[in-house]
Write a protein that binds this ligand. Structure first.
Ligand code: 0O2
Length: 222
């Protein structure tokens, strides 16, 4: 095995790049935490005020360095931090799972209407599901993160969906991964049908919930 001479300047440059990348990712982690705090405040306040929790669970994730590098290559963009910040908007992601579709839109409105939340893009895959049946409401927002060097706007992708949409998306993601994207046609067909079933379930569950609430209200007034 041949060993290459180690160049001090190359090592110093590699360390500088590693530190810069870590700092870059840390800013996204702070942005993600800002969003998590906002969602958790909304949940606590709503629960206190209305005796009802519209959120089932919240999950956050930071893209791994490998996944960022893969996306830089796939999009054919420069491996420059500012370019990446502008072009890759899902480095920090927060997923808010609600019981019902009305709660999804309610949470989306309460969150995106906050003064320090800047909405950069919205994709409403509930109003217009993807051809494979994927449904979810996506918002790319910017939240200010106050660092020792000053404020930095950090993009965070926030996905709002119901439990049924989440169940479907998580299985579809696993199947997609298992077949490395080449999912057999009959499974694709079954998944699309299952997405329609999940949509129907959302409608039925929300109707049931509303009916139960109305019966309860009438009993209280009697
Ligand atoms: P992961 O592992 O969740 O991070 P972009 O490539 O992001 O610039 P794109 O793909 O048009 O643009 O964005 P879109 O449609 O808003 O999708 C972003 C994320 O939504 C995906 O992130 C998934 O989390 C989710 N998503 C979108 N379409 C589907 C789908 O058909 N099935 C499932 N299961 N999830 C979907 P990542 O980076 O692909 O994955």
């Amino acid at each position: 095995m041949t060993t290459l001479p180690v160049d001090d300047a190359a090592i110093a440059e590699a360390k500088r790049l590693r530190d810069a990348f870590q700092r870059f990712l840390r800013e996204y982690e702070f942005g993600m935490r800002e969003v998590e705090t906002k969602i958790s405040i909304l949940r606590d306040e709503f629960t206190h005020l209305h005796a009802y929790n519209p959120i089932e669970h919240v999950k956050s994730r930071l893209k791994t360095p490998d996944s960022i590098v893969e996306k830089v290559a796939r999009k054919g963009i420069d491996a420059d931090f500012e370019v990446i910040r502008g072009e890759i908007t899902d480095i920090a992601g927060v997923r808010v799972t609600c019981s019902f579709v009305t709660d999804v839109y309610l949470l989306f409105d309460l969150f995106t209407q906050q003064d320090d939340v800047t909405v950069r893009a919205v994709k409403d895959y509930i109003a217009e599901p993807k051809p494979n049946g994927y449904r979810s409401l996506h918002a790319i927002v910017e939240v200010p993160v106050f660092l020792s060097t000053g404020p930095v706007p950090i993009p965070v992708e926030v996905q709002f969906r119901t439990v049924a949409m989440d169940f479907w998306a998580s299985l579809e993601h696993k199947i997609h991964y298992k077949f490395a994207g080449r999912v057999p046609a009959h499974l694709v067909q079954s998944l699309t049908e299952a997405a329609a079933t999940a949509g129907e379930l959302d409608v039925r569950m929300e109707r049931l919930h509303r009916e139960a609430h109305e019966i309860n209200q009438r009993a209280l007034q009697a």
